[in-house]
Ligand binder design. Structure first.
Ligand SMILES: [Zn+2]
Ligand SMILES: [Zn+2]
Length: 120
């Protein structure tokens, strides 16, 4: 695998904070979850937002305790699949994962404080 690859289908830079600070440490559980979603739908996944530093999270209006700050969250688009279909898949197949429903993307995270569900 090229050095930037951190799993079969994802590269570290895809998770990097968009502000350019270099924060790109994605949680392993989150990566495993994303690989499962990738395998299930068998199409490419775009990471709209992965890791966020405090400053960038504030800039984009993220929640103060956002899991993006911990590298445990990803806002994803699964190519050609409705965001609601992705959300329902994760909710049913990964009951411990947290899911946020949005029109154009799906938020998933692997918080350890009990799962959350919102949107929809
Ligand atoms: Zn940053
Ligand atoms: Zn998110």
């Amino acid at each position: 695998m090229p050095r930037d690859d951190i799993s079969t289908h994802f590269r570290r830079r895809e998770f990097a904070c968009k502000c350019g600070c270099g924060f790109d440490t994605v949680d392993l559980e989150t990566l495993v979850l994303l690989e499962d979603i990738r395998t299930h739908f068998d199409v490419p996944i775009t990471i709209n937002s992965g890791c966020r530093c405090e400053a960038y999270n504030r800039q984009v209006g993220g929640a103060a305790a956002s899991q993006h700050l911990l590298g445990r969250a990803a806002d994803i688009r699964v190519q050609g699949i409705d965001s609601g279909v992705v959300a329902t898949y994760v909710e049913t197949q990964h009951p411990d994962a947290s899911v946020g429903r949005y029109n154009t993307f799906t938020h998933v995270d692997t918080r350890t404080s009990g799962h959350a569900r919102w949107g929809g």
